[in-house]
Design a protein around this ligand. Structure first.
Ligand code: ADP
Length: 471
């Protein structure tokens, strides 16, 4: 027997509760039976006393004591319980005393010492007798009438009942507990089956699912919940595998470019100096790009593990945007793209980690510069609306096709892999920016039209006081 199984514990509790219940029931049943037996006997004794009283009230004035005694003897022999009764007056003289009681000298209380009536059970010569003594008044005098009846049979019946209970209760208890254990083991058997099936599932066969018993109970729900969990795990592992594959791919390209550039430069020893410089420039550019990708990957890894924490304090989003715009403007100028900002002079306070939020804005400005052809323009603006601060970066660039828009925040996603690769993107910038905005309790949206341009908007909740002012 597995003492640690739920089935065993349930049965043990069931046994204890049932044992308590059956013990309480047996005791109560025994007392109830005893009470009803005594009740029947006591009622018969009371009847007999009433009979004696009626007889005395009728006859005592007309008959002498010996005549009364004869009458009693005659009638008592016929009555139930035999002639077990005695009557005494105030002075303790017996009007009548049946022979068994006289022989054993059974004491009787004087009328004056008896409150009204009294029941008692006494052992007389090895026989259990139930006595009922009652004070009665006849013709201005008081008497004690005491009647008795044997209770041996009743006590024997009671004893038989006790023996039956003493044997039947443990048997019932054992049978019920064994049945309870069997039922609970059967009911819980599918749980073992589920845990065995779950043990067989590992990272190699995450596509496997548990069998769902169509019972409509908790076990069905448990299997379904585990299957849902497996689906989530499978998706997470797939994302992780994809991420690792994409990351290696992103790193392999620049590394092999560096290697081939270096090899070619090294093989042709009689090259002019400017060709070596060109090769070195190319190597440096690729190395920089690689280290940017590695930085982004490390940041994403930290965000995934929940280790990247923000230090949010009240700040003015206008200041952050202006600072980011200074760098953004330089990037735009380098690519021959116009740049303008529309930031209000008043302050718009938000709770933010200024450095991290600046990074998100810079990603948007960098993208706008990268994907806007020569002669285009970028506009950065800030406004407060409906309890949120909104910072938008719009450009007149190449834009995106409608089907591409929902994927822009996916890791390693690029609208046109070959094109943006040339411009240095690994497809990680927007996923990092989105994570940053999410961590500020905000949201990010994009509107874009192919060939016309794009607008990326960051929405961050206003700091509480300001939120109230803006309404
Ligand atoms: P990348 O480093 O490749 O720019 P991002 O995550 O920042 O990666 O952007 C993902 C893709 O979204 C880009 O490769 C590009 O195709 C598209 N994209 C982002 N910003 C813009 C923009 N302002 N205009 C047009 N396309 C954009």
């Amino acid at each position: 027997m597995r003492t640690r199984s739920i089935g065993f514990r349930l049965s043990a509790w069931y046994f204890l509760v049932f044992a308590g219940g059956i013990a309480a029931f047996s005791i109560a049943a025994w007392f109830a039976m005893r009470a009803s037996l005594y009740h029947a006997i006591d009622e018969a004794l009371e009847d007999r006393v009433r009979g004696v009283q009626t007889f005395m009230q009728k006859q005592i004035s007309s008959l002498s004591i010996p005549e009364i005694r004869d009458e009693f003897r005659e009638h008592s022999v016929l009555g139930p319980g035999g002639d077990l009764f005695q009557v005494c007056d105030e002075a303790g003289r017996f009007l009548y005393r049946s022979i068994p009681l006289e022989t054993n000298n059974v004491p009787v209380a004087l009328p004056a010492t008896l409150s009204t009536s009294r029941f008692e059970t006494l052992n007389v010569q090895g026989h259990m007798l139930r006595f009922y003594s009652r004070r009665i008044a006849v013709n201005g005098k008081t008497y004690t009438v005491q009647v008795a009846a044997p209770v041996d049979e009743a006590l024997e019946a009671l004893e038989r009942f006790r023996v039956i209970l003493a044997f039947a209760a443990p048997l019932l208890l054992i049978a019920a507990s064994a049945g309870g254990y069997w039922i609970s083991s059967r009911a819980l058997a599918p749980v073992d089956e589920i845990s065995r099936a779950a043990q067989r599932i590992s990272i190699e066969n995450l596509t496997d699912r548990l069998q769902v018993p169509k019972t409509g109970d908790q076990l069905q729900r448990l299997s379904e919940t585990l299957n849902e969990m497996l689906s989530r795990l499978e998706a997470a592992v797939r994302r992780l595998t994809q991420f690792t594959a994409d990351a290696s791919h992103e790193l392999r390209a620049p590394v092999s470019l560096i290697r081939t550039t270096a090899e070619v430069a090294a093989l042709k020893r009689d090259r002019p100096a400017n060709e070596y410089l060109e090769a070195l420039d190319e190597i440096q550019e690729e190395a920089e790009r690689t280290s940017q990708v590695v930085d982004s990957l490390m940041l994403l890894a930290r965000t995934d593990s929940g280790k990247e924490m923000l230090d949010c304090v009240p700040v003015d989003i206008c200041v952050i945007v202006r600072e980011a715009a200074e760098q953004g403007e330089r990037l735009a100028q380098n690519r021959g793209v116009g740049f303008s900002i529309d930031v209000p002079h008043r302050s718009i306070p938000i709770q933010a980690d200024a450095e991290v939020l600046r990074r998100a804005l810079l990603i948007l400005m960098d993208n706008a510069a990268k994907y806007t052809p020569l002669g285009g323009s970028i506009r950065v603006s800030v406004a407060s609306r409906d309890g949120f601060a909104e910072a938008s970066v719009s450009d007149t660039g190449i834009g995106m096709a409608p089907q591409d828009i929902p994927r822009v925040f996916d890791r390693f996603w690029r609208a046109d892999r070959a094109r943006s690769r040339e411009q240095g993107g690994a497809g990680l910038g927007l996923s990092i920016a989105k994570w940053i905005v999410d961590m500020h309790g905000g949201s990010m949206s994009v509107e874009s039209e192919l060939g016309k341009g794009s607008v990326f908007t960051i929405r961050v909740p206003l700091a509480v006081d300001k939120a109230r002012d803006s309404y």
